[in-house]
Every structure is written in structure tokens, then in C-alpha cells.
Design a protein around this ligand. Structure first.
Ligand SMILES: *[C@@H]1O[C@H](CO)[C@@H](O)[C@H](O)[C@H]1NC(C)=O
Ligand SMILES: *[C@@H]1O[C@H](CO)[C@@H](O)[C@H](O)[C@H]1NC(C)=O
Ligand SMILES: *[C@@H]1O[C@H](CO)[C@@H](O)[C@H](O)[C@H]1NC(C)=O
Length: 324
């Protein structure tokens, strides 16, 4: 704009024609190569998709919240927790059991892949992700082929594909689970544990080894079928980040669905969201059963999550498919 003013002043005396101003506007447009190195930084594509999560870094609202240095998935090397994260995390679903976190992490990565997952972002990558929630608005949506077209398809908890292929697709590259929502997985699917407590990590170890853990705060499956070489674990630091930065500490902790969308924003270049929200008739239940789901109830700040997801959509960071 400063440049525009300077040039505009110089030109007004000469020739204040509509065409000149139009031309100057074109030169200042972000779509045209600019000589200003700062502009180059802002408008450099960060991925090779048509739009990128990290696309235009000129969005203060997004930049304030989005921290690409927060680890999304746990490994041995990044496993150390900040003291206050540890304290907060241990308070989410408290238990009197005394457990040594370091030892649990050690056991986890002697069983499961100890990798630096998805650290391959760059201008040549275009990873598209579909986050598939469990809302009844998927029924009669015919989204199946569209969902399957994504590189990564993340499903949440029990959300099945069998019998619902037309509306939800057939592909599941990742399934978000915790002990209380556990189901069997296909061999090609990544199990992604969301640990809301240290017991969840112990349960994961137990299901692939001794199978001795049969309860958390309720009775849980002591074993599941899943590919042990594809297990991933959400970083507890990421849950705290979702709560502090994205929820602005509304509710007690963020919902699984909300964290999953944020996870996708961190490991994907383009994020499309399906099966969130109410159905067209205003009911809140799963597409696969009649279980009522909560919007404002429970420990999660449903209103705030909803507003934040809509803001992400408005800023072209996600696209929400509303279904039927
Ligand atoms: C947890 O275990 C590690 C390794 O076995 C040990 O060095 C550490 O002192 C233990 N921490 C606590 C609080 O017991
Ligand atoms: C599952 O995939 C792994 C490779 O990740 C393979 O070693 C294993 O045999 C497969 N198991 C089944 C039941 O197909
Ligand atoms: C979610 O937020 C959007 C936009 O702010 C609003 O239009 C919609 O009614 C909200 N949904 C619910 C269930 O409150």
C-alpha cells in the first residue's frame, strides 16, 4: 500500500486516469510476482496442492493458533513432557495408579515403530486428507467415492464402513482409538491412539502382549486385531496445545473429533472434513446407530469447537462437507 500511495501521488498530477490506477492495483496483486522479498516469503507455495494448510501466511488468526513445531505424534526422542503439560494431562481422567511415564514410553517404542512421522512437508508434497466423523448427516450423502479419493482417510472410534460404503467410503488409512472405543482394524490401517491418560498407553501395550488390562474407568476390550507395525500415538503435548491454543481453554479438554481435525492440519496439506455436526433434521446421532451424541454436554466446549471449525472453513484451512 505504501508503494501504491507513493506511486499514486506521483501520477495524479500527470494523469489521473482510471486505467493507471487499475494497472497499479494489478501490480500489487498477490498473484503477480513481486520484487519485495517479504512478499515472496508470504506467497511462496508451501505444498503442491491447489490450496495448502500453510498456504498464505498472512492470516494472523491462524498464525496465532497454528504452531507447526508442536509434535503431533509421539516417539522416543520427542517424548519428554513439560512439567505443566504432564500435570494437566494426568488430571484429564485421573487415576490413583502410580505409573512411571518414562518407563511406559520405553515399552511403547520397544513394541511399536519409533519414527518421526510425516516430517516431510515441502513445496513438492500434496497430501490430501479426509477426516470422517460419525454424524448421521453422512447418510444418503453419496460421499463414499469422494472420501476414498483422499491420500489419507482418518476415521474416528467405531465408525464402520461395512454397509455404509456409498456414503462413507471403503478406505481407512488411520483410525483414532482409545481403550473405551476400541474396535478391530484392517491390517492396512494405522491405529492412532489418543491417550487421555497414561493407562491408555499401558492398555495399548497390554493388548499386544499380556492382555491383562480389562478395565479403565469402564470395562474395555483386552485385545484387538490390528497391525502392530502401524501403531501411532498422539503426543500428549498436542492435546494440551489443542486446548490452550485452539480452544482457548474452553471446556475441560477438546473432543476427539476436534483434535482429529487439528491433527490433520498438522500432517496434511489439504483437509476435508465429513460427518461433523447435526443431520439436516437437527438430530445428533451416529450414522451407524441411534446413539445420541452430545453437542454441548460432556467435558468439551462444543460451541467453541463449532465456532473454531467454522472459522477454519471460512479461512480456507478446511472444507466441511455438510452431508444430507
Ligand atoms: C522412572 O523410570 C526411570 C527409568 O527407569 C528412572 O530413571 C526414573 O527415576 C523414574 N522416575 C520416577 C519418578 O520414579
Ligand atoms: C499385516 O501386515 C504386515 C506388514 O505390515 C505383515 O507382516 C503381516 O503378515 C500382515 N498380517 C496379516 C494378517 O495379513
Ligand atoms: C456452528 O457455528 C456456525 C457458525 O458460527 C453456526 O451457523 C451454527 O449454527 C453452529 N452450530 C450449532 C449447532 O450451534
Amino acid at each position: 500500500m505504501a508503494c501504491f500511495h507513493r506511486l499514486a501521488l506521483r501520477y495524479t498530477t500527470l494523469l489521473l486516469s482510471f486505467m493507471t490506477i487499475l494497472l497499479l492495483f494489478t501490480q500489487n496483486s498477490p498473484l503477480v510476482e513481486s520484487d519485495d522479498p517479504f512478499d515472496d516469503l508470504i506467497f511462496q507455495p508451501t505444498c503442491s496442492c491447489r490450496t495448502c494448510v500453510m498456504g498464505f501466511l498472512d492470516d494472523d488468526w491462524f498464525i496465532y493458533r497454528y504452531n507447526p513445531t508442536i509434535p503431533a505424534l509421539l516417539n522416543r526422542k520427542n517424548s519428554k513432557l513439560h512439567k505443566n503439560t504432564y500435570k494437566w494431562w494426568r488430571g484429564l481422567q485421573p487415576s490413583r495408579l502410580r505409573v512411571n511415564y518414562t518407563e511406559v514410553v520405553d515399552q511403547l517404542f520397544s513394541l511399536f515403530p519409533d519414527e518421526d512421522h510425516y516430517s516431510d512437508a515441502g513445496p513438492d508434497r500434496c497430501r490430501t486428507c479426509a477426516v470422517v466423523g460419525n454424524s448421521a448427516n453422512l447418510l444418503r450423502s453419496n460421499y463414499g467415492p469422494l472420501i476414498d479419493y483422499h491420500d489419507i482417510v482418518i476415521r474416528i472410534n467405531k465408525g464402520p464402513t461395512q454397509g455404509f460404503e456409498k456414503d462413507v467410503g471403503t478406505k481407512t488409512t488411520h483410525r483414532i482409538l482409545y481403550p473405551e472405543s476400541a474396535v478391530d482394524l484392517e491390517n492396512s490401517t494405522h491405529l492412532v491412539l489418543f491417550p487421555f491418560k497414561i493407562r491408555d498407553m499401558q492398555w495399548l501395550i497390554s493388548t499386544f502382549t499380556t492382555r491383562h488390562i480389562t478395565r479403565t474407568y469402564i470395562r474395555v476390550k483386552s485385545s484387538i486385531i490390528a497391525n502392530e507395525n502401524k501403531v501411532m500415538i498422539l503426543h500428549p503435548e498436542f492435546i494440551k496445545y489443542a486446548y490452550d491454543k485452539w480452544m482457548q481453554n474452553h471446556g475441560r479438554y477438546p473432543s476427539t473429533g476436534f483434535i482429529t481435525v487439528l491433527l490433520a492440519l498438522h500432517i496434511c496439506d489439504q483437509v476435508n472434513v465429513f460427518g461433523f455436526g447435526a443431520s439436516s433434521t437437527g438430530t445428533w446421532h451416529h450414522y451407524f446407530d441411534k446413539t445420541r451424541t452430545h453437542f454441548k454436554g460432556g467435558p468439551h466446549g462444543g460451541d467453541f469447537e463449532n465456532v473454531t471449525l467454522h472459522k477454519l472453513q471460512h479461512r480456507n484451512k478446511i472444507t466441511m462437507y455438510k452431508g444430507f
